[in-house]
Design a protein around this ligand. Structure first.
Ligand SMILES: Cc1ncc(COP(=O)(O)O)c(C=O)c1O
Length: 365
């Protein structure tokens, strides 16, 4: 089976480096909020091109902590997309704020600025842009849009590690970027992890408190925070994997280029190719098909695993049915949810496997 992810096929050299890092942490006798975490935070901030990175327990908490660090909460609205991981919207709700859902552009599945404009209200405090599938697109437009409307531009960068636009990286365009280091992400660990990146010192300082019970100094709690820290083991593993991520991203881009060239089936279409050379890190490669479920079954029979990101847009999830949405509706997000299918696009895929996926998709009738 050609898998969506294949960690067991990772290079032995990487595994050896990870084992050495684990050994180092276990022998250090220090497991939470220590030197490994600080070193990784510094390096991640540098790689993203921002002043500060704050490690968190996962990507969802990074969003909640980021919102709370900006004092966005009860009574405030945050406009975001229904075509995302449920965690994006759940984090807004957990921060006490109210998500408002705008439609997506059908050619990219990314938030549509015109739809976002229709969702604005006097309560809107921020637009939370999700760099879905690994694509950063026109962050300059979002920056201007948010400045003009006197609201914050926030980035859910959980799927877009090191994606670039005009030489700047995901997580550096808005007030903050929230990253997930869930194992399947482009930079992932062997468990849960996340980080908030920001240029604003006051945001990073408050985020550091919030992730640690709201503690300012030992046993003093000026805030009601969370317990959401990136522990030393995951920080050490991420430090190792960070040295590999450029290579892995380059391989994802090669595979995506092969798909864009090789996939030729009148019943299957693709999203727009990357707008700039490095704007897409191909966390997921998504095809569109009117008979998506039949295509998925067909591919499975030919040894190709697929997944759907995402089959149920957020406004169709039971607890979210009452959320306010674009008055014109969310037709593009709904059509996308019915047709999208993610094909394997991970760095360990061989050229043969890429060829097999292309052949199998092209053989579908
Ligand atoms: C777009 C997006 N936002 C947020 C998250 C939440 O990240 P985590 O699973 O680390 O909480 C994910 C990961 O699933 C994601 O893909």
């Amino acid at each position: 089976m050609i898998l969506m992810n294949d960690f067991k096929a990772e290079p032995e050299a990487l595994r050896r480096e990870e084992l050495a890092a684990l050994d180092r942490v276990l022998r250090s006798g220090w497991y939470i909020l220590g030197e490994e975490g600080r070193t990784f935070e510094k390096e991640w901030a540098r790689r993203c091109g921002v002043r500060r990175a704050v490690g968190t327990g996962n990507g969802m908490d990074a969003i909640e902590i980021g919102l709370r660090a900006l004092r966005i909460g009860p009574g405030d609205e945050v406009v975001t997309t229904p075509m995302t991981a449920f965690a994006t919207v759940l984090a807004v709700l957990r921060a006490g704020a109210t998500p408002v859902l705008a439609d997506v552009d059908p050619s990219t599945a990314l938030l549509d600025p015109e739809s976002v404009r229709r969702c604005l209200s006097p309560k809107t405090k921020a637009v939370l842009v999700v760099h879905l599938y690994g694509q950063v697109r026109r962050p300059d437009v979002w920056g201007t849009f948010c400045r003009e409307n006197k609201i914050e531009f926030l980035e859910d960068a959980a799927q877009s590690h090191l994606a670039e636009w005009d030489g700047r990286r995901a997580g550096s365009f808005g007030a903050w970027g929230a990253f997930s280091f869930y194992p399947t992400k482009n930079l992932g660990t062997a468990g849960d992890g996340g980080a908030l990146t920001t240029d604003r010192e006051e945001v990073s300082a408050l985020a550091e408190r919030l992730r640690n019970y709201g503690q300012s100094e030992r046993y003093h709690h000026p805030e009601l925070g969370l317990n959401s820290r990136l522990d030393e083991i995951h920080a050490a593993l991420l430090g190792v994997r960070l040295a590999w991520v450029e290579r892995f991203t380059a391989r994802r881009r090669e595979i995506a280029r092969a798909y864009f060239t090789g996939l030729r089936n009148p019943g299957v279409s693709l999203l727009s190719p990357p707008a700039q050379e490095k704007s897409h890190v191909h966390h997921l490669f998504v095809a569109l098909c009117g008979e998506r479920d039949r295509l998925a079954a067909f591919l499975k029979d030919r040894g190709v695993q697929t997944l759907v990101h995402y089959p149920v847009p957020v406004h169709r999830q039971e607890p979210c049915r009452t959320l306010r949405v674009d008055p014109k509706g969310l037709r593009n997000a709904e059509a996308h949810a019915e047709r999208c299918l993610s094909l394997p696009c991970h760095p360990q895929m061989t050229d043969d496997q890429v060829g097999q996926v292309i052949e199998a998709v092209n053989a579908f009738r």
